[in-house]
Ligand binder design. Structure first.
Ligand code: PLP
Length: 374
């Protein structure tokens, strides 16, 4: 198998698994229990939180362990809005469904929602966000980098615009955690998910700046300072902290490797496949992303043909209610429906090699030729 879908999820790093195993086997106490086994788990949770806080550059009591990047986004958006009671939500139209669908949920409860489009390069400018902000805006979200195109967003500038107006600004850093510095110091909220940086699935971290008011979404015990009930996922938190630490330590090396493999792939694709065209500004891409439209080909067909050869990629389309809808992100960048449906996302990771990239180029050329002939 050649796995080029690291934007969807990454394999678990063996070292991360080793760090987690004691908390799945012998050290299984409930972190809320008052006996020795419970205390051992509670201490592991404290260390994991301290480590995440150190890596994020914030205080430990500003870090909440959650189940996913999706939960982090839901908690921030709904938690802040429910606390305020009414007002406007301003989010980009390229947000992951974690934020986009949450905004629609709140719209049903009476909140106003404004969606801000990116330009044709996939960038949501601070200027366009600024012109959407109103006196009654209570929440703003623009992701750190888009999951489909990999285009990095001007988070610091957007944060400044929101800060000047006292508006809570959340950035979804699920795609950038591990490979980019996180803008914790300039935003009010930020979410990450361990399975995107070689950690386990089912655990994320949410940063909420001290003093920010938000309502809890999960009522229950006093876990996460009473704001997120549910028995703590100690092994998950340990895994997330370890994976983030390793990713940060190896960032330069991994980014250089991933970018070299991706660039080699992309250069060949754009040169050797005449109908191929890159979506998003090349200079602003995450190191591993390449979203390419193959004019005249259906992206799903390419995906299936590569899958038959053991190559895993994804399309810019999302399957909704049985119908394949074109990607919201690509459409909002100005692509037509057909162009958006002709897009394929290749996301490279630290375990990919140049040889793999070359093999995929060859398979792609064959797939495109077959599709064009039929
Ligand atoms: N936000 C972005 C930008 C993502 O890419 C993803 C996952 O693909 C998520 C949120 C959701 O994260 P999780 O899978 O942990 O729910």
């Amino acid at each position: 198998m050649i796995y080029l879908d690291n934007g969807a999820t990454t394999p678990l790093d063996g070292d991360v698994l080793e760090a987690m195993l004691p908390y799945l086997k012998e050290n299984y106490g409930n972190a809320q229990s008052q006996h020795g086994a419970g205390r051992a788990s509670a201490n592991a949770l404290i260390s994991a939180r301290d480590k995440v806080a150190e890596l994020l550059g914030c205080r430990a009591d500003e870090v909440y362990f959650v189940s996913s990047g999706t939960e982090a986004g839901n908690t921030a958006l709904k938690g802040v809005c429910l606390n305020r009671g009414k007002g406007r939500i301003v989010i980009s139209s390229i947000e992951h469904p974690a934020l986009y669908e949450s905004a629609l949920d709140m719209q049903k409860l009476g909140f106003e929602v404004t969606f801000v489009d990116p330009d044709k390069n996939g960038v949501v400018s601070a200027k366009s966000v600024e012109s959407a902000l109103t006196d009654d805006t209570v929440f703003c979200a623009v992701m750190s980098a888009n999951n489909e195109t990999g285009v990095i967003q001007p988070v610091e500038e957007i944060a400044k615009v929101c800060r000047e107006r006292g508006i809570f600004y959340y950035t979804d850093s699920v795609q950038t955690a591990g490979c980019c510095a996180l803008p914790t110091a300039t935003v009010d909220g930020l979410g990450i998910s361990a399975h995107k940086f070689y950690g386990p699935k089912g655990v994320g971290a949410l940063y909420i700046k001290n003093g920010s008011k938000f309502s809890r979404l999960i009522s229950g015990g006093m876990q996460e300072r009473g704001l997120r009930g549910g028995t703590s996922n100690v092994a998950g938190a340990v895994g997330l902290a370890y994976a983030l630490e390793k990713a940060v330590k190896e960032r330069q090396k991994n980014n250089a490797h991933v970018k070299t493999v991706r660039d080699g792939f992309l250069d060949r694709v754009l040169k050797e496949i005449p109908c191929a065209k890159l979506n998003g500004c090349k200079d602003l891409l995450l190191p591993g992303h390449a979203n390419v439209t193959f004019d005249g080909c259906d992206g799903e067909n390419i995906l299936f043909m590569l899958d038959l050869k053991g190559v895993c990629v994804s399309t810019g389309s999302a399957c909704s209610a049985g119908a394949v809808a074109p990607s919201r992100s690509l459409i909002s960048m100005g692509l037509g429906e057909r162009e958006a449906k002709s897009a394929v996302r290749f996301t490279f990771g630290k375990y990919n090699t140049r040889e793999e990239a070359d093999l995929v180029v060859e398979e792609l050329k064959k797939a495109v030729n077959i599709i064009k002939r039929t």
